[in-house]
Design a protein around this ligand. Structure first.
Ligand SMILES: Cc1cc2nc3c(=O)[nH]c(=O)nc-3n(C[C@H](O)[C@H](O)[C@H](O)COP(=O)(O)O)c2cc1C
Length: 320
């Protein structure tokens, strides 16, 4: 008994192994920030410790700057938010010149989310970023519901998903390619398999859910774009189910996204099979949410004598 207590006391003071591997890239812990909810990362440098993160996924980049949709383009809902920002971004050239050099000073992995209205635009920005030192992976966004061309249009038919994934993979020989999937489909497993067959290195699951809100006084949509993408705690159970389904369907790593705001939320996704998670909307109301998720995961492992976070991944049990 004495020996057992001594052993468990020892593991209570040991720092658990928190690193995960995604397509040959080491992440110091499985917590990343989600694209579009954390700017280019640097905006949060005074609000939290960027070095505490496994990675930062920056706002979707196109080759040339894009203004995005006109306001109103954000609306708070019950336990969530609707957004129709569109693809507002500074463009890949300015990102590489002005943001990436500063981001490289942090001990965290930089992932770039890529967008395009046509296939050629996706390929052009992919080729450009493939040659930029300091980027660890690309995340192909084919799931944005807030644009009238491109984006989600490549996530409506698994054959189109296959084509864009295969072409983008060819254009990024140096960097692993993650494909970010839409929840707005009948069976996410078909799209997950299409990506895997086309050579994707990992999947990010999921983007926002198409939604709508109406101002009953003015009798018009709350968003100028009319519909928007719903995110935040409201979507968590549905996102978790989709992540679990995707994990069953493919062998490549799945990164879980959707309503994650606490270590407990992140653990649910890891247990369901996600190799890592991304924190999104929570960053808007608690700028250091991702850091506290990372710390909370470590504390959970330490208190339960789990030596390696990888032991938890996919550890979901069934009823007897
Ligand atoms: C304001 C806003 C902007 C977003 N911009 C992007 C984007 O540029 N690219 C992308 O792939 N996803 C984008 N997303 C989707 C998030 O990365 C994430 O997939 C989604 O919000 C679900 O996670 P959450 O519930 O934790 O926010 C955006 C989400 C929000 C709320």
């Amino acid at each position: 008994m004495l020996m057992k207590n001594a052993a468990s006391e020892k593991s209570l003071f040991r720092t658990p192994h928190m690193a995960v591997d995604i397509a040959g890239v080491r992440f110091k812990n499985p917590v990343l920030t989600a694209s579009g909810t954390f700017g280019y990362g640097l905006e949060f440098a005074d609000l939290m410790d960027l070095n505490s993160l496994g990675g930062i996924v920056v706002k979707g980049l196109s080759m040339k700057p894009i203004k995005g949709n006109p306001p109103p383009r954000i609306y708070e809902t019950a336990s969530g938010m609707l957004n129709a920002i569109g693809w507002q971004n500074i463009g890949a050239t300015e990102f590489a010149a002005k943001k990436l050099p500063a981001l490289r000073n942090y001990d965290t992995n930089i992932i770039v989310n890529i967008v395009g209205f046509e296939l050629n635009e996706y390929l052009e920005v992919t080729r450009f970023l493939n040659d930029c030192p300091g980027i660890k992976a690309l995340e192909l966004n084919i799931s944005c519901p807030n644009v009238s061309k491109g984006g989600f249009h490549y996530n409506k038919d698994p054959r189109d998903t296959f084509t864009i994934t295969a072409e983008t993979k060819k254009a990024s020989p140096r960097l692993p390619l993650w494909v970010k999937l839409s929840p707005n489909v009948t069976d996410i497993r078909e799209f997950a398999r299409a990506c895997e067959d086309a050579g994707a290195d990992a999947l990010s699951v999921v983007n926002t859910f198409m939604g709508m809100a109406i101002d009953i006084e003015k009798q018009r949509p709350r968003l100028r774009f009319r519909t928007g993408g719903l995110s935040g705690p409201a979507i968590k159970p549905i996102a978790l189910r989709l992540v679990w389904e995707a994990c069953q369907a493919v062998k490549i790593p799945v990164i879980g996204i959707g309503g994650i705001a606490s270590a407990g939320d992140a653990l649910e996704f890891l247990i369901a099979g996600a190799r890592a998670v991304q924190v999104g909307t929570a960053n808007f109301y608690r700028p250091d949410a991702s850091q506290s998720v990372a710390l909370g995961l470590q504390e959970y492992c330490r208190l339960r004598h789990i030596d390696d976070i990888n032991e938890l991944i996919g550890s979901l049990r069934t009823y007897e």
